[in-house]
Design a protein around this ligand. Structure first.
Ligand code: ADP
Ligand code: MG
Length: 617
């Protein structure tokens, strides 16, 4: 749909509503490394501690060799008198190792957690930036699982990864050198066996990646189901559909456990094969070692030290294999994380976009005053880029007047309204405020100028005060009370046990539909926008609440440009202009009397309304 966008707002490189962009391995690595930056000292110290750990472990058989080969052959008195010093030396050495181990375990994890927090912030920020179109395409449960599960795997990799890799490589390289120094032919055989083992691990890596990706997807499905079912729990219960929901969740849960099972079977087989390799290595050590001892190439004591080094050499190999598992998980998670970060919001500020007031001032309006004339010019738009919902819609609303959009459900009224605050951008044509294309001003200032009251009100978990002040957190108590008075909710709020500090419950569950709607109206009063959109604001209410709220809405629209979508005849009749939107086009436009005279679509609706007064237009 973006292809027809006029030049200033278009960005040819932007993925036009396309799915998440692909990210190359190099980009992934570069981005990953960047997250270490704030913690480089911690990271550096972590690696130092890791080296100490590896060195101490590598040194132990050396000490043992020295003692058995030389020192313990000294006279007994000399040995006995040195034991105290030896104890002291070893105590110091292992105290150092313990300190390093503590640092790695505590601070390594802390570093990982902090990096995870940084990534979580980046992802949350991105989620806030992304456009409506992204939320249309993606599932919030899945988005949540990226924020929670994926990032945990990433942080585990982030802090264990480099340090493990470092320790392992030091130990493997170190023990190999020492093994070679003890016996060359035996070690050559070991090397060959290890190479086979490594080749096997790499060969299985691909399969592992597939399994973990599948695992992750199924976990996201669980999140999505939870989100859907708990979010709609009132509907679930009202239909008595708990059983249906349990069955659906059971299916999702079962599929998750199935992929988990296959991943565990895979891991089991994988580790079994590795265990076979370990057995082979030890067998080769004993048999090969025995051969060299018998043929005089190796002292029996040396063979014992050799076996110790094989142990030191094997544990990092196993760790490395486990690490590939962790790496696969973390890498898959990080890649998905980056793919989300790489999405460019469809709606964003064009380079050089001005604040609305500045754009108004540029057109000679004193103090950047927003008059609020709204104009749609040949607007074409489709949500998916294929099916056009608006097909060349024209509409002009003089500043400060009220236009009522009427027409059949699905005709495009809500869509028309959502293009004004740029929830979406038109594919062709333009939407203007005071002759300024809405794409030429910054999104923030544009939305500041527009207030919206919809059919379903979303209240945030918090107090009445916080909900009213949502659009103006710096509002004074007097301003909040004033807004509540004008929305006709002040008396009600004062009657609540804790007045403005009463909690409204999740999504405002403790309030009635009419009360929630009034809070939403108070919110907009406080914000004081120049332009107002009332999208079936009273449709969900009973007749009595509707009549009562009507008065507040009329006061709210006083002096503001208002787009109202309504079914009540009195509301429509009271509008300065009636615009009939059908099939994405403006089919008729005029005052109530003019349109009746015309005898077209509106006249037909009006007749229907007249015939059955209780029904809406
Ligand atoms: P009205 O408000 O006049 O009832 P809408 O503007 O809500 O109509 O919808 C116009 C058309 O656009 C309908 O066919 C509807 O299915 C479709 N539509 C609305 N919102 C979306 C969306 N977020 N994604 C895809 N299609 C949508
Ligand atoms: Mg609608």
């Amino acid at each position: 749909t973006k292809k027809n966008t006029p030049a200033p707002a278009a960005d040819p490189t932007a993925p036009s509503g396309a799915d998440e962009p692909r990210v190359s391995a190099r980009q992934v690595l570069a981005r990953f490394v960047a997250y270490y930056k704030p913690y480089k000292f911690l990271f550096f110290f972590d690696l130092v501690c890791a080296s100490v750990l590896a060195a101490v472990d590598l040194a132990f058989p050396q000490f043992l060799g020295f003692f058995t080969r030389e020192f313990f052959l000294e006279p007994p008195e000399a040995i006995l008198s040195a034991l105290g010093w030896i104890a002291l030396g070893f105590a110091a050495l292992y105290a150092l190792r313990t300190a390093c181990q503590y640092f790695i375990t505590a601070w390594g994890h802390i570093m990982g957690a902090r990096m995870e927090a940084d990534m979580r912030m980046d992802l949350f920020r991105q989620y806030q930036r992304l456009s409506f179109s992204y939320y249309d395409r993606n599932n919030t449960g899945e988005m949540m699982s990226k924020l929670l599960t994926d990032l945990f795997d990433i942080s585990e990799l982030a802090h264990h990864g480099p340090e493990n890799l470092f320790i392992c490589i030091l130990k493997i390289a170190g023990s190999f050198v020492l093994l070679f120094m003890i016996n060359v032919p035996l070690t050559a055989i070991m090397l060959a066996a290890t190479a086979v083992m490594a080749a096997y691990a790499f060969w299985r890596n691909y399969r592992k990646r597939v399994i973990f990706t599948e695992n992750r997807r199924k976990m996201a499905d669980i999140n999505a189901r939870l989100q859907d079912s708990l979010g709609g729990i009132r509907v679930v219960k009202s239909f008595g559909n708990e059983g249906v929901e349990i069955a659906k969740f059971g299916g999702t849960n079962e599929r998750f456990v199935d992929t988990k099972e296959s991943s565990y079977r895979f891991m089991g087989a994988f580790h079994a094969v590795n265990s076979v390799f370990t057995g082979v290595l030890y067998t080769v050590t004993i048999v090969g070692g025995g051969y060299f001892v018998a043929t005089g190439g190796l002292a029996p004591a040396e063979l014992a030290i050799y076996a110790l080094y094989i142990g030191i050499f094997l544990s990092p190999i196993e760790q490395l294999i486990n690490f590939t598992e962790q790496f696969q998980k973390g890498y898959a998670g990080f890649r998905r994380f980056m793919e989300v970060l790489a999405v460019r919001p469809d709606v964003r500020n064009r380079p050089g976009a001005l604040p609305l007031a500045a754009a108004e001032a540029e057109r000679g309006r004193a103090d950047g005053f927003v008059a609020g004339e709204v104009r749609y010019r040949g607007v074409r738009f489709g949500y998916d880029g294929e099916h056009e919902v608006l097909r060349g819609l024209d509409l002009a609303i003089p500043a400060g007047t009220t236009v009522a959009l009427v027409g059949p459900s699905g005709g495009g009224k809500t869509t028309t309204c959502s293009l004004l605050p740029r929830f979406y951008d038109p594919g062709a044509g333009s939407v203007e405020i005071d002759g300024i294309d809405v794409r030429d001003v910054t999104v923030e200032t544009l939305r500041e100028a527009i207030g919206i009251v919809q059919q379903d009100v979303y209240l945030f978990g918090g107090t009445v005060r916080e909900n009213i002040a949502y659009g103006r957190p710096d509002a004074t108590d007097a301003q909040i009370v004033e807004a509540a008075r004008r929305a006709n909710i002040h008396e009600f709020v004062m009657g609540l046990p804790e007045g403005y500090d009463t909690f409204v419950g999740e999504r405002g569950a403790r309030l009635s539909g009419g009360q929630k709607q009034r809070i939403a109206i108070a919110r907009v009063f406080l914000r004081n926008p120049r332009i107002l959109i009332l999208d079936e604001a009273t449709s969900a209410l009973d007749n009595e609440s509707e009549r009562a709220i009507q008065a507040s809405l009329e006061e709210l629209s006083e002096g503001r440009t208002t787009l109202v979508i309504a079914h009540r005849l009195s509301t429509i009749r009271g509008a300065d202009l009636i615009a009939v939107v059908e099939d994405g086009r403006m089919v008729e436009q005029g005052t109530h009397d003019e349109l009746l005279e015309l005898g077209g679509t509106y006249a037909r609706y009006y007749e229907m309304q007249f015939g059955r007064p209780s029904e809406g237009l």
